[in-house]
Design a protein around this ligand. Structure first.
Ligand code: GCV
Length: 710
């Protein structure tokens, strides 16, 4: 009884974002009263750890939302009971003879039925984890104020692996992390299991995430030592009840560094034995270990090419090691080198010829676009180009190129844009979503990875609105055809309030925020204009990086005559990596969507745009629009004062002020620079940059978060 009271009490602390979208604050009295009729009693087992956490979550959630905790019971004795379980764990559910075939292992159904003469809501999965997912969906319905009296829902994930990639180092730093340090306290693990790990698992399970890669792809070998494996095993123990598996980023040269071998050649029998023994050791500690993620021969990381072998040789050796245990290898395709005439082409050039050469338990993990998580890129041409290989998508939830923690940029529209892009590889409708959900080429091993934006900040993600990016990633990984607007609305209701006067304007603001960032950073297909190394702020002039393909000038190619990267047949011919019906319009300057114009074409400054204005005019107009949009976002937010708690309101307001300042900086610095190249006067009606180009060029930044010489 004491436990129930404690769980249902509203927390005394101020709103600090820690509770994410699982706040479970009391609904309005009238609404709560309606729901209470359908949540009078909870009938759920506690025979397994997953059943126990499902029970806890429902008590906590319903107790908080309805200000009245349902009574626990072994059987249905009241109208409005909630019955949760699986056909095998619950005779009552078995008796209902529900069709659970389509639910797989992780899906659920929620239905209003009659049990023992009482109207009841059943939440059913084929496994406890399926039922847990159903419980979270039921809570979401209540949180977002939807009717729960005549329910007939069923849902199952479209993708098998729904994974967060943590770019966390064992020393606590997070590469491209803007939310504090790593949440993994490697020093105190395995003995101290921070309660935060449980809340992390709850949040992930609530949106269907079922895997976590705990260390950075720029991996050291140490995590594969017995000492660290014990620590990883402790995390796996915490996550297991929530249906979440752990994975490790494996350093390809680990057999040398911690194995004492002279080589890491993947075809060397000793090396192969080493990986098999390592996998056996891991699975003894973590029987449901997910597998390895590998960044090889990329940005200085070791890999099979160091021994004259291919990516397939490398991936297969690791895949053979985990295969007997049911593990997978997620092998990244993020490769590029300064010798390639066009960085955007290399992944396709290197990987496409290997289609059909990978073991069945290898997935290729490909970033959404061909360069690197820019505010806007076309989809990677690898999607659809390797029909014999499971392709999983990697998205970046952390906003390395979209304003770090402070800019309010909802990534849902970016994710949706790439997922709904048509590769045309199998005719019309061959969307990227259908490539990665396996339906296009008949794969059952499918997945999506998101580079986590999670750290030790109290609000987990560096800002309240960044939580929405974690949320939308999980929901889209579950079903890549969901609408990013619908997901934003769900998130706003759960995270802030159901008050319509708040929901609509805030969702509109979120939906426009990504295009605003594109406009004030890299409009019309520009890309990679940010500061060197740390990636903070604009630096289109920068030539300080050692490698040409790390310099902004490599990407924008602005000169006196024009601007843009010619990737047409007369340029680098990257267009021909796409299927012919996609390549043709990209190759034609008149047919290329203007939002990707300078990605594919080098065009004169006075090129006539569809508006009738020159390119130079449109460039300045887009940069200006981006800043104006942020001003409008600030105005929208000002009108939201009073609808939510002052703590979160004020931080968002303060961050929006930073965003406006930085948007202005991006606009002015880029216009000043491009004007110095084009030599053209500013079109009439547009304000000149606030400072000189020399001023912007003189800005240097130390101690930028997420980046240092580790
Ligand atoms: C983990 C970009 C980032 C790097 C990151 C790399 C990758 O280059 O700036 O920090 O390294 O992508 O995805 O491997």
């Amino acid at each position: 009884m004491m436990l129930v009271i404690a769980l249902s009490a509203s927390p005394a602390h101020a709103e600090d974002g820690y509770d994410l979208w699982l706040r479970y604050r009391p609904l309005r009295t009238e609404q709560a009263a309606v729901f209470q009729h359908h949540a009078s009693q909870l009938v759920i087992g506690s025979a397994t750890p997953t059943q126990t956490v499902t029970r806890q979550e429902l008590l906590r959630g319903l107790g908080g939302l309805l200000s009245q905790t349902p009574t626990l019971s072994d059987t249905v004795t009241r109208d409005g009971a909630i019955l949760v379980g699986t056909p095998t764990s619950s005779p009552l559910i078995q008796h209902l003879q529900l069709d659970t075939q389509g639910l797989g292992n992780e899906g659920y159904l929620i239905r209003s039925v009659v049990v023992e003469g009482h109207p009841v809501t059943v939440i059913v999965g084929n496994s406890d984890v399926g039922a847990l997912h159903g419980a979270f969906q039921f809570l979401r319905l209540v949180q977002t104020g939807q009717p729960i009296d005549h329910l007939d829902l069923h849902d199952a994930p479209r993708l098998k692996l729904r994974v967060l990639d943590h770019w966390d180092y064992l020393n606590g730093q997070v590469e491209r992390g803007y939310a504090g340090a790593s949440i993994w306290d490697w020093w105190k693990l395995p003995d101290w299991r921070d309660p935060r790990y449980t809340d992390y698992a709850r949040a992930n399970a609530s949106i269907g995430i079922n895997g976590t890669v705990v260390n950075n792809v720029n991996a050291g070998a140490e995590i594969l030592t017995s000492r660290y494996l014990q620590k990883v095993a402790a995390l796996a123990d915490v996550f297991r009840p929530y249906g979440i598996r752990v994975y490790i980023s494996a350093r390809f040269s680990a057999p040398i560094e911690i194995g004492g071998l002279k080589t890491a050649d993947p075809l060397d029998p000793q090396v192969q034995r080493w990986w098999r023994a390592k996998a056996d050791e891991i699975y003894k500690l973590i029987p449901d270990f997910g597998g390895f993620l590998v960044k090889a021969n990329s940005e200085g990381q070791p890999g099979p090419q160091d021994y004259g072998r291919t990516h397939a040789d490398g991936a297969n050796t690791l895949a053979d090691a985990v295969a007997p245990h049911g593990g997978v290898v997620m092998w990244r395709t993020f490769v590029y080198s300064p010798t390639n005439e066009d960085r955007a082409k290399q992944a396709y050039d290197e990987f496409k010829p290997l289609d059909g050469h990978f073991r069945a338990n290898v997935l290729l993990q490909t970033k959404n676009g061909p360069v690197d998580f820019q505010p806007r890129e076309p989809f990677s041409p690898l999607f659809g180009a390797m029909p014999k290989t499971p392709m999983m998508m990697e998205l970046e939830i952390t906003k390395e190129y979209l304003g770090f923690a402070t800019h309010l940029v909802y990534l849902g529209p970016l994710f949706e844009e790439v997922l709904s892009s048509d590769t045309m590889t199998h005719g019309k409708g061959s969307t990227v979503a259908r490539v990665i959900d396996g339906s296009l080429d008949g794969h059952t091993l499918t997945g999506m990875a998101g580079v986590a934006n999670i750290g030790t900040d109290r609000n987990w993600s560096g800002s309240d609105f960044n939580q929405a990016n974690w949320y939308v990633f999980g929901r889209l990984a579950w079903n890549p055809t969901l609408s990013s607007r619908a997901i934003a609305e769900e998130w706003v209701r759960m995270t802030f309030t159901n008050n319509e006067a708040f929901v609509k304007p805030v969702v509109d603001m979120m939906m426009g925020s990504r295009e605003a960032a594109v406009d004030y950073m890299t409009p019309l297909g520009l890309h990679h204009l940010m500061g060197p190394g740390h990636h903070y702020g604009p630096a289109p002039w920068d030539a300080s990086e050692a490698r040409a393909d790390w310099r902004p000038v490599y990407y924008h190619r602005a000169d006196r005559d024009g601007i843009g990267f010619d990737r047409t047949r007369t340029g680098s011919d990257a267009v021909d990596q796409y299927a012919p019906p996609v390549a043709a319009p990209f190759n034609d300057v008149k047919q290329t969507p203007e939002q990707l114009l300078l990605w594919f074409h080098h065009v004169p400054w006075n090129y006539r745009m569809r508006s009738g204005q020159t390119l130079w005019y449109e460039l300045v107009a887009h940069y200006t629009q981006g800043v104006d949009d942020v001003k409008k976002m600030r105005e929208t937010w000002r009108q939201m004062d009073g609808y939510i708690d002052p703590e979160r309101y004020q931080q968002v307001a303060a961050f929006l002020a930073i965003q406006e300042k930085e948007a202005q900086w991006w606009r002015d610095a880029c216009i000043a620079y491009f004007q110095s190249i084009s030599g053209l006067p500013l079109p009439p009606g547009f304000a000149p940059p606030q400072h000189s180009l020399q001023y912007y060029e003189s800005l240097k930044f130390d101690n930028v978060p997420g980046y240092s010489a580790w």
